[in-house]
Design a protein around this ligand. Structure first.
Ligand SMILES: *[C@@H]1O[C@H](CO)[C@@H](O)[C@H](O)[C@H]1NC(C)=O
Ligand SMILES: *[C@@H]1O[C@H](CO)[C@@H](O)[C@H](O)[C@H]1NC(C)=O
Ligand SMILES: *[C@@H]1O[C@H](CO)[C@@H](O)[C@H](O)[C@H]1NC(C)=O
Ligand SMILES: *[C@@H]1O[C@H](CO)[C@@H](O)[C@H](O)[C@H]1NC(C)=O
Ligand SMILES: *[C@@H]1O[C@H](CO)[C@@H](O)[C@H](O)[C@H]1NC(C)=O
Ligand SMILES: *[C@@H]1O[C@H](CO)[C@@H](O)[C@H](O)[C@H]1NC(C)=O
Ligand SMILES: *[C@@H]1O[C@H](CO)[C@@H](O)[C@H](O)[C@H]1NC(C)=O
Length: 883
């Protein structure tokens, strides 16, 4: 029993390790920063970079692939420690870092690339950088001895973020540091969600680069100053910068203003292309101490277009101006002009400016549930070294994971996995439960692996699945009925020698898989209607009747050719003044009686108080006068004398079926063969009602207490009190008051009120389960109180032994039982149209009986070769033909 497959454990370990690392980094309390020194040996502990105080740690645990490298000595002097190590990726097209992030949060993401001739090839690499499914940048390091930095502000769309390096030529992608800094909400908003760093200047002549710890978000601020036209203003006073952007004090503490008080402050930059769109964030704070007569007010214009009118910075309070929509500059040349208003006594001032270009991340990440499921599947089956299994499973299409296909036609919805093909992948362990979370999966191919364990029930619940190929594995146990019952499903189970397909399909016998002809569609999606009892169940009294007159041997049941009408006084004589109670029915008491002094009868009296019952009484009389069958309890006569109404039946010496299977009546245990005989006979009785009567009848209250057994253990169906004629083909089903017994009640009938002979089939399915299991129909002490649910769940876990009545001590033919279980389940199909007819049930039960008889025969003859046609070609199980 491999309850915890190694793969799963491995996955758990990876998971734990991963979190440990994330936690470790965050434990440094640098506002949730992640600072990776890529290629740092996993054995080396995190360290503080002396220039920034930032804590860097190894990238091991964030990436599953790549090799560790280090830039050559001659380059080390100009770089700080985090850039000295690097990770390069000689294998696979796409290799990715994966981060756990807060969804819907802006992150500043920075990647540093320094070649440093680490590979001694003196060949600058060129490759692509992806953020999730989207191209972030092409990294061309040609001539960049000082390396290159990519920085972006990105709004996370899921809880996970992937940064991928994609090989585009011969060179191996490489990376030196990776930094993630979560930013304050409501800052750096953009319509596209992603901003590509273009520049970030603070207007100061200090010449000093600023980053963490001066900047709490570890933005890098570069000084810019035009000494010819500007003069610098500085202050040491604290500036209130709590506007979300929180520029560093040192940045805000300086500003530039035109030397000439009347001149505009202007600043020019060039965009990568004339069509480039960008966002601008201007940071202003009045840092001069103004006289009461002074006043600073200016207009802000971009390429002559007014953006903000009469803006006046607040004294020692930081404010950031930005535009809700992206800007464009004609010809790609931008001129920002701050022009003093007429009224203003002071020239314009600006402290800092950030410009980001818009980056179009139009590819949506694969549906997050699918991503999680695929990662889980990858971990479970140890597929971490699959070259293509990095990054987003579906997008971009050219880097689609090998073995997957996705639906990404619609750009506006996240792609989903539609095909998972892990054929011939050396898979071991069980079928991963994560597969269930691929909710749009159409084809699942796990063929030609070494998978063990059972076929999980959840596969049947995956609505989109059209093809399941599990061939060529070592799967065992029963194939879920629900799966076999799926009409639209193409299911291939060939070559799994230990699979059992419920008796009829493939039976494990003598070590080999034996497959017999395909059975009726079986589905046991148990939809349990909450049954409401309208009529009280007949409960036989456990007291007085145990020794009732069963010592008297009676002749073969009298075939009543002529129904007799009895007088009330005859009834009194017959029952010896109602001396012996057999039980209490829905309409009154049932008494023991003797007709003609020899023939035993059961006399059912209609209770005087039961006014409603008269209709039912008449129904039963009329019905019984019309029907006759050896498996229906025969009517000896009736009494209809004023208030006194009675039905006189043939006496069934061995009581009802429930007494015999519940085992609490000190009756001898019915063996499997006898049980089968009893259900065959009851089925025949029911079949007669459905097909032999004109018009056909629905019993409406089929249950084990209504199956009576005579002294010869012949079974007959009793209690037609609820019976109704139902229309034949072409007519609409009869709508009646819902009647029946809780637990046996057809949920469809309960729901629709439409009567149909298949309601009896449903109830008969419950009877079958009772006969098989000896379990009560409803037992609130079970986790699954209803017997059908209970059996359904038990079947998925194991073999039939755990559902079979233990009192039988394994003395039965298992294929016979499987067939019976399968049949019962098909009777319980929530859709009445998919249930077999009683004629089919009779045929099927007779076959079960034949199996059991054959076993008994073979036991005696010690001949193991028996009756089943062997058919190993259990290939694609398509829809079994309805019989
Ligand atoms: C690299 O940086 C150094 C100083 O750090 C500078 O002198 C040199 O010009 C830079 N080289 C290039 C190619 O940018
Ligand atoms: C930012 O927003 C995200 C989602 O809207 C939320 O989970 C997170 O707590 C917020 N962070 C702050 C600092 O408010
Ligand atoms: C800073 O300014 C904000 C408004 O911009 C205000 O709510 C806050 O109280 C100020 N903080 C201090 C310390 O003055
Ligand atoms: C920028 O301002 C200066 C004066 O401070 C002016 O001479 C110059 O022409 C302006 N440049 C542009 C492009 O307007
Ligand atoms: C000029 O500034 C003064 C004081 O700041 C203000 O009261 C006045 O309304 C302004 N006039 C114009 C035309 O903007
Ligand atoms: C089954 O897988 C093995 C390797 O695991 C491979 O050699 C063989 O060709 C595969 N057979 C089929 C039918 O795909
Ligand atoms: C199932 O897998 C087997 C072995 O890989 C292959 O031969 C067969 O064609 C597959 N069947 C379907 C329906 O995909």
């Amino acid at each position: 029993m491999e309850k915890h497959p190694r793969g799963l454990l491995l996955y758990a370990l990876i998971f734990v390790t991963f979190f440990a690392i994330v936690h470790n980094v965050q434990a440094q309390d640098q506002n949730g920063f992640i600072s990776l020194d890529c290629g740092l040996s996993p054995n080396e502990p995190p360290y503080n970079d002396p220039t920034t105080g930032l804590t860097y740690s190894t990238d091991d645990g964030f990436v599953r692939s790549g090799e560790m490298g280090r830039i050559q000595k001659e380059f080390t002097s100009i770089f700080s420690k985090p850039s000295l190590n690097l990770r390069y990726f000689p294998k696979g097209l796409r290799n990715c870092y994966t981060f756990e992030v807060t969804q819907g949060t802006n992150y500043l993401i920075r990647a540093v690339f320094v070649y440093g001739n680490y590979d001694d090839l003196n060949s600058y690499p060129k490759f692509d950088l992806y953020l999730g499914p989207n191209l972030w940048a092409t990294i061309d390091m040609a001539g960049r001895t000082n390396g290159t930095i990519q920085e972006i502000i990105h709004m996370t769309v899921s809880k996970s973020l992937q940064i991928c390096l994609v090989k585009t030529g011969r060179s191996s992608p490489m990376i030196n540091t990776l930094e993630l800094r979560p930013l304050q909400n409501n800052t750096y908003k953009s319509q596209s969600g992603s901003l590509n760093y273009y520049f970030r200047y603070y207007f100061s002549a200090s010449g000093q680069n600023i980053r963490y710890p001066d900047d709490v978000d570890d933005r890098k601020w570069y000084p810019f100053f035009n000494a010819k036209e500007w003069k610098e203003l500085t202050t040491n006073l604290a500036i209130n910068n709590s506007n979300g952007y929180e520029p560093p004090q040192i940045v805000m503490g300086s500003a530039s203003t035109p030397i000439s008080t009347s001149a505009p402050w202007n600043f020019t930059w060039f965009l990568p292309s004339p069509t480039t769109k960008f966002y601008m964030y201007m940071h202003f704070g009045e840092i001069e101490t103004l006289d009461s007569s002074d006043n600073r007010e200016f207009n802000v214009a971009l390429n002559g277009e007014l953006l903000y009118e009469r803006y006046s910075p607040s004294t020692l309070v930081m404010r950031t101006l930005s535009d809700a929509t992206a800007q464009q500059c004609e010809g790609g040349k931008c001129l920002l002009e701050l022009t003093k208003t007429l009224n203003s006594t002071l020239p314009p001032l600006i402290n800092a400016l950030e410009v980001f270009t818009v980056i179009d991340f139009s590819h949506l990440e694969t549906n997050e549930d699918d991503v999680v499921a695929m990662r889980s599947i990858q971990a479970t089956y140890g597929l971490s070294n699959r070259l293509s299994w990095h990054g987003d499973p579906c997008v971009p299409k050219q880097y689609l994971w090998d073995g997957l296909n996705c639906n990404d036609l619609d750009m506006s919805t996240p792609p989903v996995v539609t095909i998972l093909n892990l054929a011939s992948s050396g898979l071991t362990g069980t079928i991963s439960p994560a597969i269930e979370n691929l909710r749009h999966l159409q084809k699942l191919d796990l063929s030609n692996n070494s998978l063990t364990g059972g076929i999980p029930e959840f596969l049947a619940g995956m609505k989109s699945l059209l093809v399941i190929n599990l061939s060529g594995n070592n799967l065992n146990g029963p194939v879920p009925q629900t799966l076999l019952g799926k009409k639209e499903l193409n299911l291939n189970l060939a070559g799994n020698r230990n699979l059992r397909c419920s008796g009829r399909l493939c039976v494990s016998r003598n070590g080999g898989a034996i497959v017999v002809s395909i059975a009726a569609s079986v589905t046991f999606v148990v939809v349990l209607g909450v049954a409401v009892a309208i009529f009280v169940v007949i409960k036989r009294k456990n007291t007085s009747n145990s020794n009732v007159a069963r010592t008297t041997r009676s002749s073969e049941p009298t075939i009543i050719t002529k129904k007799k009408r009895f007088t009330y006084s005859e009834v009194i004589t017959m029952t010896n003044n109602f001396e012996m109670v057999l039980g209490k029915g829905g309409f009154g008491m049932v008494y023991h009686g003797t007709e003609n002094g020899t023939e035993q009868v059961a006399v059912k009296m209609l209770s005087h108080s039961s006014s409603q019952g008269y209709k039912e009484f008449k129904a039963e009389v009329e019905l019984l006068l019309r029907v006759h069958h050896k498996n229906l309890v025969g009517l000896v006569g009736y009494c209809d004398e004023g208030e006194n109404l009675a039905l006189i039946y043939e006496y069934m010496a061995n009581g009802d079926l429930r007494e015999h299977i519940s085992g609490n009546q000190r009756k001898s245990i019915l063996d499997w063969e006898t049980r089968l005989k009893i259900v065959v006979e009851s089925a025949q009785g029911l079949e007669y009602l459905h097909n032999g009567c004109k018009p056909p009848m629905v019993h409406r209250d089929v249950k084990t207490t209504n199956i009576l057994v005579n002294e010869h253990f012949q079974a007959k169906l009793a209690d037609f009190g609820l019976s109704r004629s139902f229309p034949t083909e072409g007519e609409t089903p009869v709508s009646t008051v819902v009647a029946g017994t809780p637990g046996y009640l057809d949920p469809e009938y309960y729901r629709t009120n439409c009567l149909n002979e298949k309601s009896d089939v449903y109830s008969f399915g419950i009877v079958l389960l009772e006969v098989i299991t000896s379990q009560p129909v409803i037992n609130q002490n079970r986790e699954n109180p209803h017997i059908a649910e209970w059996v359904g769940v038990m079947l998925t876990n194991g073999d039939i032994k755990c559902i079979m009545d233990p009192k039988l001590c394994g003395d039965y033919d298992s294929s016979s039982v499987w067939r019976a279980v399968e049949l019962a389940m098909s009777c319980l199909n929530p859709s009445s149209a998919r249930r077999p007819t009683m004629s089919q049930v009779v045929i099927e039960l007779n076959e079960c009986l034949a199996y059991e008889n054959a076993r008994r025969g073979t036991n005696q003859n010690k001949n193991s070769e028996t009756f089943m046609e062997v058919n190993m070609n259990f290939d694609i199980v398509t829809t079994p033909d309805a019989r």
